[in-house]
Each structure stands twice: as structure tokens, then as C-alpha cells.
Design a protein around this ligand. Sequence first.
Ligand code: PLP
Length: 402
Amino acid sequence: MSGSVNVSAGRPYLAIPGPSVVPDPVLQAMHRPSPNIYAGELVEMTATLIPDLRRVARTAHQAAIYISNGHGAWEAALQNTLQPGDRVLVPSSGRFAIGWSEMSQGLGVETEVLDFGTSAPWDMDRIADALAADTAHRIKAVLGVHVDTSSSIRNNIAGLRHLLDETGHPALLMADCIASLGCERFEMDAWGVDVMVSASQKGLMVPPGLGFVFFNDKAAVARKALPRISRYWDWAPRANPQEFYQYFGGTAPTHHLYGLRAALDMIHAEGVENTWARHAHLARTIWAACEAWGADGPLRMNVPERSLRSHAVTALRIGSPLGTELRMWLEQSLGLTLGIGLGMAPSSSPEWHGFFRLGHMGHVNGHMVMGLLGGIETGLRALNIPHGPGALEAAAAAMAGH
Ligand SMILES: *Cc1c(COP(=O)(O)O)cnc(C)c1O
């Protein structure tokens, strides 16, 4: 309760790092009778999606759409490039890198994880050493998570390409941009990424249910060299827009496709570079408040260094049980839902209740962020959690560009 009055009625705000807020034009585009999947408008509209997805990913190469979440896109990327006994290198800055590595293990791929913990970026020297040590080139792919949504670290994907080039290592460079696509600068072709995976429900602003795999010619050659490939995950037929509607491995995800069309229209109307700039500005505003709160009391940002922080998600620690208490209070009293902590402590441990995350990806603007920060300030005060002063003033100054 805020004082004695509950002020949670009104439009709820889900500020978790995925699924993100779905824009009204996307919801409206999805609100329609089932279309014919074999001919007509849906088929024609679907063919327009791939070029516009490519423009978001900054690639001239191919793209496949799956009816899946991000985990499915992870699996698709691995299924099309690797076979049991192959080896992958996975530098890790959080839970999602570990998740992708577990998926490759499940496919019988030898998986070498370089674990850099949950609040540090990749150590490029150690990755270079691991590549240089692999003189037999048994490593077939390096799996890099661009933004690890658990830690909110943003890693240097272009730097991985430099390491591969410097060591003359032929491994494929694969990037997970599930949290970052449409939010953070990412240049698939300029950065030399061979395979990139993403999903619909974060920066792309569509409900969960679509997975995307972008791949270049080098990755397509790796796919052709495989002795067999799972029919469902095979990207070759899916990347052919003419046959697209027959190759969803079954029925097309009709309403999601309409939602995606509307979302891509919004992204390209704003301009991809402008979406990156918006996310960066909103992130700096959030950091200004979090740094001020953290000047006194228990709240700390998980990533101390600004240049390593994601623009799409912010992970925080506040100590158990305050993280859970703050989340519960904000949801029940203000209608504002923050994200749980992920990968920082076992979910069965008391420490688990000491973490939370803010999602600021996709359909988020200035007044939403100020409302988010004002809500947290209110919760800290209501729960008597000590915190540094001036957070909202600092946020306003950052938002105003002062
Ligand atoms: C959300 C996310 C995933 C997993 O996506 P799901 O749709 O939940 O399967 C993987 N990687 C990153 C970086 C993510 O943010």
C-alpha cells in the first residue's frame, strides 16, 4: 500500500527483461481472424519480413524464422553447424552463456566454457590463449552472448572476431543477440559474425513465440557439410522466402507474423540507429538514479563500469530479502513489475531474494523510465530501505541531457 491507499489500478507496467512491453500497434495487428496460410495477404506479407529483419541485424545474408523462443533459436544455430564430437568455445559472463553451452552439450558437442563470473566481461587474453592452444582447430564455433540478460554485461562481439582473425582460427563466430537486437548497436556483417540468433519478445516487441537465426555463406557451407540435419531445425528451406509459408515445419505462426510486421514498421519508422540512441539515453538515465541510490545503503549495480553495461537491462543487488520485498511491494502497490535476479544465487537459497533486474528494452520511452525510477524511489522509502539522496534529480538531469 502507498500510505493507506492502493494505487495499483490503471495500466500495469511490466519492466522485466523479456517479455517486454508489447506496443498497441503490434497488439492491434495481431487482433484479427485467422488468415489463409496458403495464399494471399499473409504469404505476401511474410515475404516482406526477411528484408526488414536483415536491416535490423545489419546483414545482407540469410535469415530463418522458427516458431520457438530464444532457446529454440539457440538449438537451431547449433543444429545447422555442428555434429556430435565437434567442439565449441563459450566465454561466459552470466547465466545465458551457460544456458547456450548446456544446449550444445545436450547435442553431444564438446563444450569448453571460459567462465568469467557474473559481473565481469570476457577476458580477451584468456579467449585468445584458448584459441591459440587449439592448433588442431577442433573448435568449430565460438558462442558469444552479446548482452547477458542475467548479469547485464555487454560483451565485445567485434573483439571476438579480431581474436579469431589474429590467431587465424577458422571457427564460426556465433552471437546471441536475443536481448540486444533492436536495442544496442550490433553490426552482423561489419563485425564478421557468421551466425546470429534472436527472438521476438525483447527488443523486437512481439510476444514470445518467434525465433530468428541469421547466417552467412561460411555458416551455410558448414551446414552443407553435415551428414544429417534435423528436419525441423534445418534453416535452408526456411531461408527461402518463396517457399517460406510451407516451411514453418507446419502451420505458419500467423498472428505473430502480423505482429512482427507492425513491430518492424515501428523500428524502421524510428530508424535503427535512433532506437539504439534511445536505449542508450534511457539507460544512462537509469544508471544516474541507481548510482545515486547506491551512494548510501545496500543497493548496488551489478556492473560497476558504465562502458560494460547493457542499454537494455540492468541487474542490481540489494541484499536478501529486500530484492523480493521491493519487487512484491511495487507490483502490489503501484502496478509496476520488476524482473527477478537470474543466475546470481541458486533459486532455492536465501540469497536469491537479494537481486532484481530492470528491463528497458523495446517499447520504452522517457516517461516510462521516469515512472519506473519514481516507483523504485517510492518503494525504497515505503520499505525504509536506506538509499542515497537525489536519485530522481540525477535521473531528470540525465534525461534532460545535463
Ligand atoms: C531471453 C534470452 C534468452 C532465452 O530466450 P527464451 O525466449 O527465454 O528462450 C537467451 N539469451 C539471451 C541473451 C536472452 O536475453
